[in-house]
Design a protein around this ligand. Structure first.
Ligand code: DI6
Ligand code: FE
Length: 416
C-alpha cells in the first residue's frame, strides 16, 4: 500500500473552526488539506504542505481561491413526516387560531394521521425531497427525529426511513427517538399511560433494533411534564441512549436543568430559559441548540438568553428544526442569516453553530465539526470572499464542491 495521500485540496482559505483563534474561524490563508482513507491526514498553509505526500495516484485539486469550511451539520430536524400543513398556514393567515385548527383535527395531529397513513416507501419519497434541499447547501451530517408516528410501529417506521436516507445519500444521519413529542389520539387524557408505552415498549424496541442514537422529548405545557420527561430519560439511560430535550420553547418548566441533570447532549429552543438553567447546562456541558426558524414562523418575540449563554460559556448550535408546523424550513444557510439577524449571533458564532457546536450536540465532536488532522474529511468549498458571507447572503447558494468522507460529490445531484 502506498503511503502517499489519496487527494490534496489546496489554494483556498480554510475556516477550520478549530481552536478558533482571534477571528473565530480558525482561518488558514491559502491553505491545503491532504486526505487519506477518508480522513484529514494533513492541514495547514499550502506553502508548508510536505511534498513527499503527493504520489503518482494522489488527486491534486488546485482551487484558485474561495473558502473551505467543515461540512455543515443540521443537528435538529423532524425531516421524516407525511402530509403538508400549508392549508393550516393559510387558515391561520385568514384569522383561525392555532387552537381552533387543532380542535378541528389539525396541528400535530394532522401530521400524525398523514405519517401513519404513509408507507415506508412513500415517507422515503417525501423526506428525500427535503433532504436533497439540505444537501444542496453542503450538509454532510443531519439529525432526524421521529415523533409523528406516536405508536410503536409508526415510530420505528420513521426511524427506519431515517436510516434508509443515510444509506441512500452521501450524508451521515443520526436518528433520535422523539416518541414523547405529543399525545396520540388513542391516549387522549392519559398522558401517563402513553409515557408507560414510550418507556416500556417504544424505547426498548428502538434500542434493541439499533434504530435510535438518542432519545428526545417535548417538555412543555402542551407537551409532557418534567416528571414525565424524567421517566423518559430514565428509560433512555437504562438502554444506554443519550438524551436531548425540547425545552423552554413556550414557557419555563425547568426542562433544561432536567436535561443537564441527565448529561444531555443538548437542550433545544430555550426562548424561556433562565439563568439557573443556563448554569446547569454550563456545568453539564449541554449544548444550547437555537432554532431561529421556529422563532420566526411563530413570530416569537422573546429571544433565547444569548448573552447569558455566552457569559456562562454554553456552546450554541443552530439548526433548521425542519418540521411541518413551526419551521417548514430546509435551508441551513437561511438559519445562519437568521441566527445573526434575529438572535444577534456573530457570523463566527453562527458558523460554529452549524459545525463545531452542532457536532457536540450530536456527540460527534471527535469525528466531525472542525477540520483537523485525524478527523473525517467532510468539507465544503464555497465561492465567497470571507466566511461571514455564508450568513450575509439570503437566497444565493455559493457552493462549489462538497467532499464527504474524503470523496468529492458530483456537483449537480450530490446523490450516491
Ligand atoms: N416543538 C415545535 O415547535 C414542534 N415540535 C416541537 O416539539 C412543533 C411540531 C409541529 O407543529 O408539527
Ligand atoms: Fe423540534
Amino acid at each position: 500500500m502506498s503511503d502517499s495521500w489519496d487527494s490534496v485540496w489546496r489554494h483556498a482559505d480554510i475556516a477550520t473552526m478549530a481552536n478558533s483563534g482571534d477571528d473565530g474561524f480558525g482561518a488558514i490563508h491559502d491553505g491545503a488539506i491532504a486526505i487519506k482513507n477518508g480522513r484529514v491526514a494533513w492541514i495547514g498553509p499550502a506553502a508548508s504542505l510536505p511534498k513527499d505526500g503527493i504520489g503518482p495516484h494522489t488527486a491534486v485539486h488546485d482551487l484558485d481561491g474561495g473558502w473551505i469550511t467543515p461540512g455543515l451539520i443540521d443537528c435538529h430536524t423532524h425531516l421524516v413526516y407525511g402530509g403538508s400543513r400549508a392549508h393550516e398556514f393559510e387558515l391561520r393567515l385568514n384569522g383561525a387560531s392555532y387552537e381552533e385548527i387543532a380542535r378541528a383535527g389539525g396541528g400535530i395531529r394532522s401530521t400524525v394521521t398523514a405519517t401513519r397513513g404513509a408507507s415506508e416507501v412513500e415517507l422515503l419519497r417525501l423526506s428525500e425531497k427535503r433532504l436533497q434541499a439540505l444537501l444542496a447547501e453542503g450538509i454532510t451530517t443531519l439529525e432526524i427525529k421521529s415523533g409523528y408516528g406516536l405508536d410503536l410501529e409508526n415510530e420505528l417506521k420513521c426511524l427506519r426511513v431515517a436510516r434508509r436516507l443515510g444509506e441512500t445519500y452521501p450524508v451521515r444521519i443520526r436518528a433520535t427517538l422523539l416518541a414523547a413529542h405529543a399525545l396520540p389520539p388513542e391516549y387522549a387524557n392519559d398522558a401517563d399511560g402513553y409515557i408507560d408505552l414510550v418507556c416500556d415498549r417504544i424505547i426498548p424496541a428502538a434500542a434493541r433494533a439499533g434504530l435510535a442514537d438518542a432519545v428526545d422529548a417535548f417538555c412543555e405545557g402542551i407537551g409532557f411534564t418534567p416528571a414525565q420527561t424524567r421517566r423518559v430519560f430514565e428509560a433512555a439511560r437504562k438502554h444506554g441512549l443519550p438524551v436531548k430535550l425540547h425545552a423552554e420553547q413556550l414557557s419555563n418548566l425547568g426542562g433544561a436543568a432536567l436535561a443537564a441533570e441527565f448529561g444531555a447532549l443538548s437542550a433545544d429552543h430555550l426562548e424561556y430559559l433562565d439563568e439557573a438553567g443556563v448554569m446547569a447546562m454550563a456545568k453539564a456541558g449541554t449544548v444550547a441548540v437555537l432554532l431561529p426558524g421556529a422563532f420566526y414562523i411563530l413570530r416569537e418575540t422573546r429571544l433565547p438568553p444569548i448573552d447569558l449563554l455566552r457569559r456562562h460559556g454554553v456552546a450554541m448550535a443552530i439548526s433548521t428544526d425542519c418540521n411541518p408546523g413551526t419551521s417548514p424550513v430546509t435551508s441551513l444557510l437561511l438559519m445562519l442569516n437568521m441566527g445573526c439577524t434575529l438572535f444577534r449571533l456573530t457570523p463566527a458564532e453562527a458558523l460554529a453553530g452549524v459545525t463545531r457546536q452542532a457536532a457536540r450536540a450530536l456527540g460527534l465532536q471527535a469525528e466531525i465539526g472542525t477540520l483537523e488532522a485525524g478527523k473525517t474529511a467532510d468539507f465544503v468549498v464555497w465561492d465567497i470572499d470571507r466566511p461571514a458571507a455564508l450568513a450575509y447572503q439570503v437566497g444565493l447558494n455559493p457552493i462549489r464542491q462538497v467532499v464527504f468522507s474524503g470523496r468529492p460529490l458530483p456537483s449537480q445531484t450530490r446523490m450516491r
